[in-house]
Design a protein around this ligand. Structure first.
Ligand code: AMP
Length: 121
C-alpha cells in the first residue's frame, strides 16, 4: 500500500492539524488520542512516512526503529504509567481495523485495562 501524504497523522506532523502533544524528538511525536479508550490513551507516531508497523519493520533504518521505540517508552514514562503498568498496541491492515494509514503505537493506561481482547466465540 502506497503512503498517503495527506493522512491525518501526516497532517499533524506538518502542523496542519492540532494535537495535544506529550513528547517529540527527531524520530517521533506523541500526543493524546482524540477518542480515548482508557483513562490515558496516547498515540506515538514515527516522523518518517510509514503506512504501518509491517512497512516500518521492513524498511526503516535501525536508528529510526530504536529511536521510535525509545520514544514510546519515554511517552509512557512522561505519563507516569511505568509503576502501575500500561499496554501498547499497533494495528496493521484490514483485519486489525487500522483506520489511519501512518504507523501509530497506542499507549493505554491509567487504570486496570481488563483482558487483552474480547473472545471471538
Ligand atoms: P487505528 O484504528 O489503530 O488506526 O487508530 C486510529 C486512532 O487515531 C483512533 O484511536 C482515533 O481515535 C485516533 N485519531 C483519529 N484522528 C485523530 C486526531 N486528529 N487526533 C488524535 N487522535 C486521532
Amino acid at each position: 500500500m502506497a503512503y498517503d501524504p495527506n493522512n491525518i497523522f501526516a497532517r499533524i506532523l506538518r502542523g496542519e492539524l492540532p494535537a495535544r502533544k506529550i513528547y517529540e524528538d527527531e524520530y517521533a511525536l506523541a500526543f493524546h488520542d482524540i477518542h480515548p479508550l482508557a483513562p490515558v490513551h496516547a498515540l506515538v507516531i514515527p516522523k518518517g512516512a510509514y503506512v504501518s508497523f509491517d512497512d516500518f519493520a521492513a524498511t526503516a533504518r535501525a536508528a529510526e526503529i530504536t529511536g521510535f521505540f525509545r520514544a514510546v517508552a519515554k511517552t509512557a514514562e512522561l505519563l507516569g504509567l511505568g509503576p502501575t503498568g500500561y499496554r501498547i498496541l499497533a494495528n496493521h491492515g484490514p483485519d486489525s481495523h487500522q483506520e489511519v494509514p501512518h504507523l501509530h503505537i497506542h499507549v493505554f493506561g491509567g487504570g486496570p485495562l481488563g483482558p487483552m481482547l474480547t473472545r471471538l466465540s
